[in-house]
Design a binder for this molecule. Structure first.
Ligand SMILES: Cc1cc2nc3c(=O)[nH]c(=O)nc-3n(C[C@H](O)[C@H](O)[C@H](O)COP(=O)(O)O)c2cc1C
Length: 263
């Protein structure tokens, strides 16, 4: 079995999950999900995984773009880990349908519950609560690895019906506007133009203009810029000024930079 795992991450949860899964599986090629839309993707391995965060109860645009570039090949075993903060909703069903539109099958789809990085709704949870989530996730990932080794068919995990209906509706409504929701980002007086936000952004959405970051409206709302800013100088609207930032404690800035490079 040859395995390639494509990952996308804003604050390291998905990268950590992909790394844990790779350790359990062994002999995995871990690749950053290509960020350039329209770039044909032709995974070489016979087992292909996608590991990504859930955004607004669905697939982030980068994942949609990537799947839309996949070559049809029914001989491959596809699996996915939708990394979320407790509400996977119908994300994996959406992925299954999208893969089907490319004549590909989602053979197994798993939800991984991790700490939330959606800071407008709340800062980082306590370290104790984070560790509890990491432990549970690590145990689940080792079970998932056994399923993948056996190439088991596992129906996509999903939330309760009401969530899937309501939240999928909200996802469809918000999806066309996400790229320009970066209008709410701004920098306060602590910004020292270190350019980390510019380098870490997976959509290359930030340029430094007059010594300050300027967002270019091709945002994917991963919050990497805000969460990784060492000065905590990046804010979103009025609600983030005194909120605790979140980054996975085992993922370094260096790991992130490697992960943000175009594959
Ligand atoms: C814009 C945005 C939307 C989010 N929407 C959801 C959601 O619908 N359901 C959920 O459980 N978590 C949601 N989250 C939380 C992330 O999915 C979760 O924290 C994930 O583990 C982050 O992974 P990452 O560190 O790899 O980016 C959202 C986060 C962001 C930034």
């Amino acid at each position: 079995m040859t395995t390639q795992i494509y990952f996308y991450t804003g604050t390291g949860n998905s990268l950590w999950s992909a790394k844990k899964l790779s350790e359990n599986l062994g002999n995995v090629e871990l690749l950053p999900l290509p960020v350039v839309a329209g770039k044909p993707a032709n995974p070489q391995a016979d087992t292909v995984g996608l590991v990504f965060p859930v955004h607004i109860w669905g697939l982030p645009r980068l994942v949609v773009n990537f799947v839309n570039c996949l070559k049809s090949d029914s001989s491959k075993y596809y699996f996915a880990l939708a990394v979320n903060a407790g509400q996977v909703a119908a994300t994996l069903i959406q992925l299954k349908k999208l893969l089907l539109s490319r004549s590909l099958n989602l053979d197994a789809g798993f939800s991984i519950d991790m700490p939330s990085n959606y800071i407008p709704w709340g800062g980082a949870i306590s370290e104790k609560k984070q560790q509890t989530k990491f432990k549970t996730a690590a145990e689940k990932i080792s079970r998932i690895a056994e399923d993948i080794k056996k190439q088991k068919k596992v129906a996509p995990e999903k939330g309760p019906l009401w969530q899937n209906i309501l939240f999928s509706f909200l996802y469809r409504k918000s999806f066309p506007h996400i790229h320009k929701m970066d209008k709410s980002f701004w920098t306060d007086e602590k910004c020292n133009t270190c350019r980390i936000c510019e380098k870490i952004c997976p959509t290359h959405n930030i340029v430094i203009t007059d010594g300050k970051p300027a967002w270019q409206h091709r945002c994917d709302q991963c919050f990497a810029c805000l969460q990784w800013c060492p000065e905590e100088a990046i804010q979103y609207g009025k609600s983030t000024k005194n909120k605790k930032r979140y980054r996975h404690p085992d993922i370094s800035l260096r790991d992130m930079m490697a992960g943000m490079a175009d594959a």
